[in-house]
Design a protein around this ligand. Structure first.
Ligand code: B1M
Length: 207
C-alpha cells in the first residue's frame, strides 16, 4: 500500500506534514486503523534501531515522535468513534522518572478503540498521583508503562503502593524492558508486550 509506505517514510524522516497527509489519505481510503498503527510502529522501530546504532540522535528521534503524534491525532477519533458508553475504565501513565510516552499513548488509543474510558495521567507519574487518581476515578485497571531499566524500580514502588490500598483495582504493566517475570516479581496482575495484547489483558482483568 503506497500511502502506508509514505507514512512509514514520513515517520522515519520526521516529516510531520507528510505523516498527517498520508494518515488522512489512508483514512479516506478506508484503510483499517490497525494497519495505520502498524505503519507507525514500523517507522518508529526503524528510528529506534538507528538511534541504538548511533546513526541518528535525540533531536531526530524527537521529530519522528512528533510526526507520529500528528498521525495519532487523526487516528484517535476514528478509534474512539464507537459511540457506545464505556463499561470499564483505565487509568494509564508512564512511571516516575520516565518521559517516554509513545507506547503508552498507543496503548491508551487502542483501549479507547476497544471502548474503555481512559484517564491518562501523562508521564513521570508518582505513586501518590496514581493513588489520588484511584480515589478520584475508581478505575477497574491501572496501566503502567516504563521504557527505561532505571525506572523499573518506580514501577515496583507504584505497584506496592496500589496493592497496599483498600481497592479491587487491577494493575497491568508494560514497556520495552518489562517482562512477565518482572511483573510477577513486583506483584502486578498482568503484563503485555504490545498495545493489542494490552487490550486483551485489560478485558481479561475486568471480567
Ligand atoms: Co529514549 N531510550 N531515552 N527517548 N528511546 C530508549 C527506550 C532506549 C532503549 C534507546 C537506547 O539507548 N537503546 C534507551 C533505554 C535504555 C535502557 O534503559 N535499557 C533510552 C534512553 C537511554 C533514553 C535517555 C536516558 C537518553 C538520554 O537522555 N541520554 C532519555 C531518558 C528520558 C527520560 O525518560 N527521563 C531518553 C529520551 C528519549 C526521547 C525524549 C528522545 C524519546 C521519547 C519521546 C516520547 O516518548 N515522547 C525517546 C525515544 C523515542 C526512544 C526510542 C528510540 C523509541 C521508544 C518508542 O517510542 N518506541 C527507544 C529505543 C527503542 O525502543 N527502539 C528509546 C515505540 C513504541 C511504540 O514502543 O514504547 O516499547 P514502546 O511501546 C510498545 C510496547 O513496549 C508496549 O506497547 C507499545 C506498543 O506496542 N507497551 C505497553 C508500552 N507501554 C505499555 C504498557 C502496557 C502494555 C504494553 O500496559 C500497561
Amino acid at each position: 500500500n503506497e500511502t502506508l509506505e509514505k507514512l512509514v517514510a514520513a515517520i522515519k524522516t520526521g516529516k510531520r506534514k507528510d505523516a498527517k497527509s498520508a494518515t488522512a489519505t489512508a483514512l479516506e481510503n478506508g484503510t483499517e486503523p490497525q494497519l495505520i498503527l502498524d505503519a507507525l510502529t514500523e517507522g518508529m522501530n526503524d528510528v529506534g534501531v538507528r538511534f541504538r546504532a548511533n546513526e541518528i540522535f535525540v533531536p531526530e528521534v524527537l521529530v519522528a515522535a512528533r510526526a507520529m503524534q500528528k498521525s495519532m491525532d487523526l487516528l484517535e477519533p476514528v478509534l474512539v468513534a464507537s459511540g457506545i458508553e464505556p463499561e470499564f475504565s483505565v487509568v494509564i501513565g508512564t512511571v516516575q522518572g520516565d518521559l517516554h510516552d509513545i507506547g503508552k499513548n498507543l496503548v491508551g488509543m487502542m483501549l479507547k478503540g476497544a471502548n474503555f474510558k481512559v484517564i491518562d495521567l501523562g508521564t513521570d507519574v508518582s505513586a501518590d498521583a496514581f493513588s489520588a487518581a484511584i480515589k478520584e476515578h475508581n478505575p477497574n485497571v491501572i496501566a503502567l508503562s516504563a521504557l527505561l531499566t532505571t525506572t523499573m524500580p518506580s514501577m515496583e514502588e507504584i505497584v506496592d503502593c496500589i496493592n497496599a490500598m483498600d481497592t479491587d483495582v487491577k494493575v497491568m504493566v508494560g514497556g520495552a524492558p518489562v517482562t512477565q517475570e518482572f511483573a510477577d516479581k513486583i506483584g502486578a496482575h498482568g503484563f503485555s508486550t504490545d498495545a493489542a495484547s494490552a487490550v486483551e489483558l485489560a478485558k481479561k482483568l475486568c471480567a
